[in-house]
Design a protein around this ligand. Structure first.
Ligand code: NI
Length: 134
């Protein structure tokens, strides 16, 4: 499966974006506040590599819990798939636990995305279809 992006949990998305710019990344689009998931999201690109920065919108954000555990760090790899429902079912049958069923992700151009986890692998995100051209 092709890697779509690497997801980083960060405490402060604006200062993280400034630092990643120094590493050669440029913002793909302005940061996006996802009220439903209580996260700020920003995608940045460096050549073929795309990262997703996620910071909490509030203390009740799932990212807050994660940041308290691991600090600023990469925590998921997102793979592009053609049929997310089938792919997720196959991973579930292979021992993965579904964390978040596929749903429309406004920050990813309306593509459907979902999360699974495995004790030997960690968190895996699946996204359906190719990224829109940037
Ligand atoms: Ni992601």
């Amino acid at each position: 499966m092709k890697i779509d992006h690497i997801g980083y949990a960060v405490k402060n998305i604006d200062s993280a974006m400034r630092q990643f710019e120094k590493l050669g990344y440029s913002a793909v689009a302005p940061k996006y506040a996802d009220q439903q998931r209580q996260i700020n999201v920003a995608f940045m690109r460096n050549g073929d590599y795309v990262i997703e920065l996620l910071s909490p919108l509030s203390a009740s954000s799932p990212i807050t819990t994660l940041l308290n555990k691991i600090g600023n760090a990469p925590y998921h790899v997102c793979y592009e798939v053609e049929r997310i429902d089938e792919e997720m079912e196959q991973l579930r049958a292979a021992g993965y636990m579904v964390i978040e069923a596929p749903s429309v992700s406004p920050a990813m151009g309306g593509r459907r995305a979902g999360f699974v986890t495995h004790k030997d692998v960690g968190i895996v995100e699946l996204v359906e279809g190719a990224a829109p051209a940037t």
